[in-house]
Design a protein around this ligand. Structure first.
Ligand SMILES: NC(=O)c1ccc[n+]([C@@H]2O[C@H](COP(=O)([O-])OP(=O)(O)OC[C@H]3O[C@@H](n4cnc5c(N)ncnc54)[C@H](O)[C@@H]3O)[C@@H](O)[C@H]2O)c1
Length: 264
């Protein structure tokens, strides 16, 4: 497939992106709009969503904006009302929060907050938007490598595994509507969320990334665009990991690198 074939692949399509005011969501919204989609740029931070919608508009592409709190059924219903009768072709459930604490250090309040933002959001998003996909469509749920392996963060790990499982439920349930559902599992991506914690965490994690670097948001957005497009027409109910090789055995990358530096 040549670049030119994908350039306007979303012409005439309406797509919803959650958490689009920052990080990966912002880049996904911009990329999809640049390829012809009318993108609903949504975020709980309404000003951030408006700023991204403005950026898209200034670039000559098409964006709508809505303040959407993904944890609120009412907020999702308001979005559906705002979309009106337009058939929706794509949904990216991207909004999420980080929380790097184990079971013993996680309060029930934090557990419930992370569950609401990272997992109930995906349930509500699919429940609200799948019925609007009257001509078929594709849903991409953003999980994480934390949904591929054992992870040290209780709420984050549990929700990202939950997103992976719920995506498969959606893939089975919505197939008869012509709607595909898949999950994307980024590793370390250069966004405000990644950089909200300690540098030591990122630096130490990078030692286990065979690619030797973090991903750009654009590299994840390309995978999202592929999954939303007809190019992936027979891909449903599966995971795409975008992690520079981390979960393929990054521990051995770290060990062999350490041994090589000890020898030199
Ligand atoms: N950055 C990484 O390294 C990384 C790795 C794996 C997975 N992820 C996942 O990718 C997704 C995007 O992460 P990011 O790094 O771009 O984060 P980010 O913090 O840059 O952006 C997240 C956005 O979600 C919004 N948001 C938070 N709570 C919300 C709510 N209740 N309703 C609506 N929007 C809400 C925020 O306002 C923000 O704009 C998340 O699901 C995250 O778990 C990130």
């Amino acid at each position: 497939m040549h670049g030119s074939d994908t350039q306007r692949e979303f012409d005439g399509s309406t797509v919803v992106v959650t958490g689009a005011g920052s990080g990966m969501g912002r880049v996904e919204a911009r990329l999809l709009a640049a390829r012809g989609a009318t993108v609903w740029v949504t975020d709980v931070d309404g000003d951030a969503a408006t700023a991204v919608a403005d950026e898209i508009g200034h670039a000559g592409a098409d964006a709508r904006v809505a303040r959407l709190d993904v944890t609120s059924a009412q907020s999702w219903n308001d979005l559906a009302d705002a979309i009106g009768g337009d058939p929706v072709v794509g949904l990216v459930n991207n909004a999420g929060v980080s929380h790097r604490y184990g079971i013993l250090d996680t309060t029930l309040e934090d557990w419930e907050r992370v569950l609401a933002v990272n997992l109930s959001s995906v349930f509500l998003g699919m429940k609200t938007v799948a019925p609007l996909m009257t001509g078929g469509g594709s849903i991409v749920n953003i999980s994480s490598i934390a949904g591929m392996l054992g992870y040290f963060a209780a709420g984050y790990g549990a929700t990202k595994w939950g997103v992976r499982g719920l995506s498969k439920v959606g893939a089975l349930e919505f197939a008869e509507r012509g709607v595909r559902v898949n999950s994307v599992h980024p590793g370390l991506v250069d966004t405000p969320l990644l950089n909200s914690g300690s540098d030591v965490f990122v630096d130490e994690s990078l030692r286990a990334v065979p690619a030797g670097r973090v991903a750009s948001s654009e590299e994840v957005a390309e995978v999202v665009a592929f999954l939303l497009s007809p190019r992936s027409g027979y891909v449903s109910g599966t995971e795409i990991v975008v992690d520079g090789g981390l979960t393929s055995g990054g521990i051995y990358h770290r060990i062999t690198s350490d041994l090589a530096s000890a020898r030199s």
